[in-house]
Write a protein that binds this ligand. Structure first.
Ligand code: SF4
Length: 193
């Protein structure tokens, strides 16, 4: 699913990436965009994201850890997971036995921060509000415009000199057109203004 971030945060991640990771992030962004362009509704979008677009390319699949932990965006920092990453995989629930499902439910019920029923991830975005307010202010001060959107799309655009030149000039239309020319503009995944 998209991870909504500010361009200010995406710049920090973008600077931390080597060329191989940047390519992986761009490929992931393009897969997310293709899904957004063709999904008939939110339900299909979410299902296909889990089944086809898949995990964030910065996730170390062997350890379940973020490979860019220090440069991850705020949205990633405020999501608390009480269980190992394997529970995020598509089809995991269906493959669990009745006994495992009951054990899972009991674990969720006693884990603080979850919804107490089925969801083991607790989004704590209220803790991030001050960061987002500061990011919005910093973007307005530096560029005169704000840029928000999907983490992988913005991290890719943050490494694009033509896009960043338009942003730095406070040219919202030019920035949008620049993203469009790279095939990275979509109204649900990029907001410039
Ligand atoms: S914490 Fe965020 S950046 Fe790191 S792997 Fe997970 S989704 Fe990707």
């Amino acid at each position: 699913m998209p991870i909504r971030v500010s361009l200010a945060e995406a710049l920090i991640t973008a600077e931390a990436l080597d060329a191989a990771k940047a390519r992986a992030v761009e490929n992931h962004a393009r897969a997310a965009l293709a899904n957004a362009r063709t999904a008939r509704d939110d339900e299909e979008y979410v299902r296909r994201h889990r089944e086809e677009v898949g995990f964030c390319p910065l996730l170390d699949r062997n350890t379940g850890a973020c490979s860019e932990y220090d440069a991850r965006p705020t949205r990633c920092r405020d999501t608390f997971s009480a269980f190992p990453a394997r529970y995020c995989a598509s089809g995991t629930w269906e493959q669990m036995s009745r006994r495992e499902q009951d054990a899972y439910r009991r674990e969720v019920a006693r884990t603080p921060g979850t919804d107490g029923e089925l969801h083991f991830i607790a989004p704590l975005e209220h803790l991030s509000e001050p960061v987002w307010v500061a990011a919005a202010r910093a973007m307005r001060t530096s560029w005169g415009i704000e840029v928000w959107g999907d983490f992988w799309v913005l991290t890719t655009l943050a490494r694009d000199p033509a896009f960043m030149a338009r942003v730095s000039a406070g040219d919202a239309r030019g920035a949008w057109r620049s993203a469009q020319s790279r095939g990275l503009a979509h109204r649900d995944l990029l907001e410039v203004g």
